[in-house]
Design a protein around this ligand. Sequence first.
Ligand code: ATP
Length: 138
Amino acid sequence: MDTFGLKIIASDKIFYEGRCRNLIIPAPDGQKGILPNHENMVIAVSVGIARLELEEGKWSEVAVGTGFAEIVNNRVTLLVDTAERPEDIDIRRAEEQRERAEERMRQKQSIQEYYHTQASLARAMNRLKLAQNKKWNL
Ligand code: ATP
């Protein structure tokens, strides 16, 4: 089967660079699948779980923050603010992030602060979802 070039860039690191067979990304209107030779386009990426098939039948999951995916000539660049493998997620830190964000949600905030808190809460919940699924082998 064909592959395509994939580069996943988070704000603090190049998370992955190599070949990929199939990529599923969380988008505002649902999951989007990218197979080799996909037409060129740009897709918005939401906070969620991206799934990568790097070798046949072997899927990896990554917790991603918001960003976008650019597909040009069978090369995909996924540019996201954060990206974590399940085994790299610090569950305790994610729980604290969630509690902090929930507490801020109960307080009066500017619109800008509100959006910031909402994004932080979404990232924390997403990390917990991915890490806990792995923990319980779901
Ligand atoms: P907050 O969402 O409360 O602002 P933060 O600033 O600690 O939390 P982020 O801005 O979401 O976190 O991420 C900053 C960096 O830390 C990124 O590289 C992200 O991948 C990493 N990171 C954040 N939370 C975790 C976590 N719970 N486990 C592992 N890595 C994390």
